[in-house]
Design a protein around this ligand. Sequence first.
Ligand code: NAP
Ligand code: FER
Length: 341
Amino acid sequence: MSQYQNKRIVLASRPVGEPTADNFRLETTTTEPLEAGQILIKTLYLSLDPYMRGRMSDVKSYADPVAIGEVMTAETAGVVVESNSPLYAVGDHVCCRSGWQEYFVSNDKDPMTYKVDAAKVPLSTYLGVCGMPGRTAYFGLQREGKPTAGETLVVSAASGAVGSVVGQIGKKLGLRVVGVAGGAKKCTYVKDELGFDECIDYKSADLDAALAAACPNGIDIYFESVGGMVSEAVAKQLNPGARVPICGYIANYNSKDITQVRTPFHIFGELETPPAHKFFLVFDYYSEFAEANQALTDWVVNGELKYQETIVDGLEKAPEYFSWLFSGKNFGKLVVNVADH
Ligand code: NAP
Ligand code: FER
């Protein structure tokens, strides 16, 4: 069995506010020989996601923080290069929770490691539209948003990994779908390519006026991904009985003290008639993932679900690419191409 040089990125220190290069450290290790039941996975694609910012902080949340010196957390898509398990063959494509590194030894019983079919849809999409973000949209809109045809849905971060899928499922369900995104290029894509009814550029529009014009019957569902000024504007135009699934609030993630910021829980909770607003986790629907996986991949294969990816090169530059999520430099799912095969 071969041993491999493994480049990996660990958390060097905890950021205060926006992460900087000093918060990360590149290391090289050597992989260990496999024990019985283990497989060695070579990372091909690394998913960069907003939740990783939360794991860099030492605050209590639904998941433990990454420890100082520990590999940064991430799901990756890769290929089995050595197998000591009857369940996996060399060449199998898998997704796994390897973190930001080139190689990962997984146990064949690890539920976070699972085979994917790269002949059906491109491997990278298992990290995006056919993976965690797609499932978040699938369950978040349908189960938490409780949509009824004819209602008006507003989706923030509309061109992104989750938002783009939320809006397209919304259209399938017969909703009026209004996106909110940063910049003309993203808004044109959301409307013309993804088929949303309208898309508002929150960086240039008068948000109150633009929302009123795009939502003449008010807002029944707001799929919350950003917080901040977008949520403040949406809150004024919610209909009685509105639902606000809180998926995330990225505008607040780089705050110096997250306990001091005005989150969506404040914004919606303080309304005279608060809408149903609750944070949900995609993992809440773990037992039903197979249903979402099937639907999402089928829709991608038959062209009903469109997606955009920003695929960038080089594990070493992952910290810099990670910052793109917070500046909006990514366009659709942000993925690092770590190796070609
Ligand atoms: P994404 O939309 O692909 O990328 C993040 C986008 O957020 C950026 O491209 C940017 O788009 C927007 N953004 C960044 N800072 C902003 C700000 N200050 N104000 C407004 N918009 C801002 O990311 P994603 O993976 O789909 O994640 C979207 C949200 O879903 C995040 O809040 C994430 O934490 C959440 N999430 C939750 C779950 C769950 O289980 N609860 C699972 C997955 C994701 P613009 O250029 O349009 O500003
Ligand atoms: C998960 C549940 C939630 C997960 C990611 C999230 C990687 C993201 C949450 C967020 O962005 O707030 O199981 O797996």
